[in-house]
Each structure stands twice: as structure tokens, then as C-alpha cells.
Unconditional design. Structure first.
Length: 172
């Protein structure tokens, strides 16, 4: 019995230490404006897209002071898939998950991964593309144009900035 009590006590102490550490050490790079500033000097491409991938979570409704918000807006490390311009009818929607797709039926041009600050860049020729974020095994597109294009971007000449914000974990 004393051995089980000792193990339980040790687990409780270790768990307590972890929780204390979590509460006193918030995510270090969750200042999205500072992240945007850091990422603005990173692009080295001559033609294509670049930007920051981030996620908003919690209650993001405007608050009247002194109330506080639980909203966080943090950069995230994710894999992106760049396809030729894709409309919603060219993709298979995930059941009961708005903004998520099981597959996309257009050619994939590139697959890239963001850095720890959510920064990405991809050298691309001029044209129209759709950018998907891989999230929990599905393809996420948070934006749509008037023609049903999913996370669309048009590349002319030069660099095109496209910040991608996942809002599905946030309440507004």
C-alpha cells in the first residue's frame, strides 16, 4: 500500500510541476504582430507567394475592459499544398467539417512546410493557385472567392504576400 501511495504522490508532484511550468511559460511566439514583422524580412523568392500561417483559438469576441479575452492568435508550423486554382466543386468536402476537404481533384504544384514562425515561401510562375493547409489529415481552406475558388491567389510578376489564418477553433 505504501508503494502505491508513493507512486501516486510522485505522479502528483510531477504533474503539478508540469502544470506550473505551463502556466508561467506561455507560448513564446504568440505575438502575431511581432511574428508578421519578423517574417516580413524572410522572403528570398523572386516570383511567387510568401506569408505566415497562423491559428486563432478561444473566445475572440470583442471585450469591454476590464473583461479579458481567451483569444490567442499564434503562428503555426504546418505543411501547405499548392494546387492549380481549385473551386469547391473540384474538391471533396469533409463531412461535418466546414472549410475542410478530404481530397482536391486538381493538380498539386508544390508541397512546402512552414518554419516555427509559420513563415513559408514558394517560387511559382505567374498563374492562379489555391493554397491548402494540412490539418489533422485533411486539407483546410479558410477563404473563398466569388467563383467558389478555395484560398485563391493570383501570381503576376514579383512576390505576392498571402497570410493564412485558421479560425475554426475560434468563436466570434
Amino acid at each position: 500500500m505504501s508503494r502505491i501511495s508513493s507512486i501516486f504522490l510522485m505522479c502528483s508532484l510531477l504533474t503539478g510541476c508540469d502544470k506550473a511550468t505551463e502556466s508561467t511559460n506561455p507560448v513564446l511566439n504568440c505575438d502575431i504582430n511581432a511574428t508578421y514583422t519578423r517574417n516580413s524580412i524572410k522572403p528570398v523568392i523572386s516570383n511567387g507567394i510568401h506569408g505566415t500561417v497562423s491559428s486563432m483559438e478561444g473566445n475572440c469576441m470583442p471585450v469591454i475592459l476590464p473583461a479579458t479575452s481567451t483569444c490567442t492568435h499564434c503562428p503555426v508550423n504546418r505543411t501547405l499544398r499548392i494546387h492549380t486554382y481549385t473551386r469547391s466543386q473540384d474538391a471533396v468536402a469533409a463531412v461535418a467539417k466546414p472549410g475542410f476537404f478530404q481530397q482536391v481533384n486538381t493538380p498539386m504544384i508544390r508541397e512546402i512546410t512552414t518554419d516555427a514562425d509559420g513563415f513559408y515561401q514558394a517560387e511559382l510562375p505567374s498563374g492562379q493557385y489555391s493554397v491548402f493547409i494540412i490539418e489533422n489529415g485533411l486539407l483546410h481552406a479558410s477563404g473563398m472567392d466569388g467563383n467558389g475558388g478555395l484560398n485563391p491567389v493570383t501570381i503576376g510578376t514579383g512576390k505576392q504576400k498571402l497570410d493564412l489564418v485558421m479560425r475554426y477553433k475560434a468563436t466570434f
